[in-house]
Design a binder for this molecule. Structure first.
Ligand code: PLP
Length: 378
């Protein structure tokens, strides 16, 4: 079969208005790192989230790096972060010369466990190294247990950075994800909820912090007619052209959320009724964008067939699926770093599989995938 028939995990999905905004940028010759599309995108993004301000950047990874710098994370510091996440939640901690301290997941959200978070903090405090910040990740779009996590962080006075790279369009207790930390991080990479081909954003209710982020993201130029610099900056701004794509994508974000939630519901109705397959339910107060629909496969109930067996079977039939994130405390690059937990994320990694979840999937695609899985397990 050719790639044309391949069903991908999570494809870009344009709405239509993107090209109009890009054309506006071309016609006004704003082919530059700054410009009116960028300003408009930031305003529209902040308004969508109900946040005071947003700064559009070159990637979610850059946004996290700036967030850590803005909270003063320096060489030798410790920063708490979920183990069960994409590597980019933790690499920026290393860019700062700091050390990630990995925390296990809870099974009700797959996100950071408040219980293990407190153990990690207590242990660090005992060693005289109170963590400088906590990076809370909304994995696969599922909101963290913010009420509990915020209570722990407040108790020890540790600021929160919310890594909502996968959580755009989700909400918790009526508030959009991305707004639960001092700083929130979004990603517009090609496979995320909406895309600018590549890009990210920092979100905050603290306008001064965000102004500082924009300053650092544009080479930290002091105000002077010549080029004058008192601190080291970065080239982390989003370009005006890519912001134009982002404006068009924002207009279809809610329809993308609806489509991905419908994918999840289809898989739930068709797959989760089979013994041995389960899916993560939405806890009360949480609405997930269902960025990726994931199944857990229990080999003791499938005659020994594992999630990896299912993945290989789908691959043979031109369907892309992917294991859940490999816990970061198991990654060779983080072998020296501390981990607090009881292996919940390791179990999820062993049993989980992300199924195709794009917002442009057709019902016949979902039907084909489900039938492939059910026939294989029978
Ligand atoms: C995608 C992602 C990032 C990084 O975003 P980029 O825009 O790709 O740099 C960070 N954290 C998580 C959880 C992600 O999924």
């Amino acid at each position: 079969m050719s790639d044309e028939n391949k069903i991908w995990l999570s494809s870009p999905h344009m709405g239509g208005a993107e090209l109009d905004y890009v054309r506006q940028a071309f016609e006004s010759n704003w082919i530059a790192p700054l410009g009116p599309q960028l300003d408009a995108f930031e305003k529209e993004l902040a308004a969508y989230l109900g946040a005071k301000a947003a700064a559009a950047l070159s990637s979610g990874t850059a946004a996290l790096h700036l967030a850590l710098l803005l909270l003063g994370v320096s060489p030798g510091d410790r920063v708490l972060v979920s183990s069960f996440t994409f590597v980019a939640s933790a690499s920026p901690i290393k860019y700062c010369g700091a050390e990630p301290v990995f925390v296990d997941s809870e099974s009700s959200t797959w996100n950071m466990s408040p219980v293990h978070l407190e153990s990690a903090i207590k242990s660090c405090v005992k060693q005289g190294k109170k963590p400088k910040a906590a990076v809370l990740v909304d994995l696969y779009g599922m909101p963290c247990s913010f009420r509990e996590l915020q209570a722990v962080c407040e108790k020890y006075d540790i600021p929160i950075i919310e890594d909502a790279a996968e959580g755009l369009g989700s909400s918790y207790a009526g508030r959009k994800l991305g707004t639960f930390g001092v700083l929130g991080v979004l990603s517009f990479n090609g496979n995320k909820m909406i895309t600018t081909s590549g890009g990210g954003a920092l979100v905050s209710d603290d306008s001064e912090l965000l102004a500082r982020a924009q300053f650092l993201a544009t080479q930290a130029r002091d105000s002077a007619p010549h080029y004058q610099h008192s601190v080291i900056g970065y080239n982390y701004r989003m370009s005006n052209i890519l912001a134009a794509i982002g404006r068009g994508q924002l207009e279809v974000l809610d329809s993308h959320v609806a489509a991905r939630r419908a994918n999840y519901q289809f898989y739930l109705d068709n797959l989760a009724k089979r013994d041995g397959i389960s899916m993560l339910a939405e806890p009360e107060a949480s609405i997930s964008n269902r960025w990726l629909s994931c199944i857990l496969v229990d080999p003791t109930k499938t005659g020994g067939k594992s999630a990896e067996d299912v993945r290989l079977h789908l691959e043979q039939h031109n369907v892309e699926s992917r294991p859940l994130w490999k816990p970061l405390h198991l990654q060779p690059v983080f072998a020296e770093n501390q981990y607090f937990g009881d292996g919940t994320c390791e179990e999820l990694f062993a049993e989980g599989l992300c199924l195709p979840s794009g917002s442009s999937l057709r019902e016949e695609d979902l039907g084909r995938i489900s039938t492939l899985i059910l026939n294989y397990l029978d």
